[in-house]
Design a protein around this ligand. Structure first.
Ligand SMILES: [Zn+2]
Length: 283
């Protein structure tokens, strides 16, 4: 079934857990994530990032996301991830998405506020939730190798977060407190006290991007400090690639579906373990 972003996040709040938000820009990741969610029995956010248009269009993968989520007994949110312009988010809503993130984090503050506010108004007319972003997180969902490392100078300022939420009306906030997108080449510098300050100041559920690849203990502590949505992509896509490599190394394998099946199994195992870690962090 399909539920709203606010419903999923209040489930997280009630149970003291974070909701897994998984990018599914290829069919194997989609069926694997749905199977993992059904096995564990918690709501999951299925999402498609604008940067993944080069892999598959939001209309094509969205049709599959909506159809498969609707027929499942497990609750799912269908979310546009890192929408860079309002037209793209509107395309998502037309395709059946019921939630969106507008990423204005690289814009000047006033412009981020104004454009996020427009997205909130567009979504509110349909009863959909919006996630905004404040503070720059380096890297992106394409596994940008030049991610660098989160610099404390780029951490989100709690007072600015308070003003951003009040003026935009977003229902969730992605903020910068030490994670980076993509694969970690160095240790992340997570600031747990900042998470608490941001949650208190923003007054809406806090979202972690760059969540792939943290240790179980790091996830647990972030959740304990109030993170309620954790985005996930890179490591799931990587295990699919590793599985594909293993299959193609066998010269007796002639047909592509063997690769698809191996990738699906690998992603399901990886995403299950991620969802389980988040779900087990509850009080
Ligand atoms: Zn992100």
């Amino acid at each position: 079934m399909i539920i709203g972003l606010s419903e999923a996040l209040s489930y997280g709040e009630r149970h003291g857990i974070a909701i897994a938000a998984v990018n599914t820009p290829f069919f194997e990741a989609l069926t694997a994530t749905i199977a993992a969610a059904e096995r564990i029995g918690v709501p999951v956010i299925l999402q498609h990032a604008q940067v993944h248009e080069q892999v598959v269009s939001i209309e094509d993968i969205g049709a599959a996301m909506v159809a498969l989520a609707s027929r499942s007994e497990c609750p799912f949110v269908i979310h546009v991830d890192h929408g860079e312009d309002i037209d793209y988010i509107a395309r998502g809503f037309e395709a059946g998405f019921n939630s969106a993130m507008f990423d204005g984090s690289r814009l000047p503050f006033e412009e981020n506020v104004a454009r996020t506010r427009e997205v909130v108004e567009l979504a509110a007319g349909r009863g959909f939730g919006v996630e905004g972003e404040l503070g720059v997180m380096l890297g992106n969902e394409n596994g940008d190798p030049d991610q660098g490392i989160a610099d404390e100078a780029l951490y989100t300022d709690p007072e600015q977060a308070r003003e951003f939420v009040a003026r935009t009306g977003v229902g969730a906030l992605a903020a910068s407190f030490g994670t980076v997108h993509g694969m970690y080449h160095r240790e992340p510098h997570l600031s747990y006290p900042l998470i608490t300050e941001l949650v208190d100041a923003a007054g809406v559920p806090l979202v972690m991007h760059g969540g792939s690849g943290l240790s179980d203990e790091e996830y647990r502590r972030c959740i304990e400090h109030g993170v309620r949505k954790i985005n996930y992509y890179t490591y799931g896509a990587k295990v699919a690639m590793d599985a594909a490599r293993e299959v193609t190394a066998d010269p007796d394998v002639l047909l592509f579906p063997s690769v698809a099946v191996a990738a699906t199994r690998a992603v399901e195992a990886e995403v299950s373990s991620f969802i389980r870690t988040l779900a087990d962090s509850g009080k």
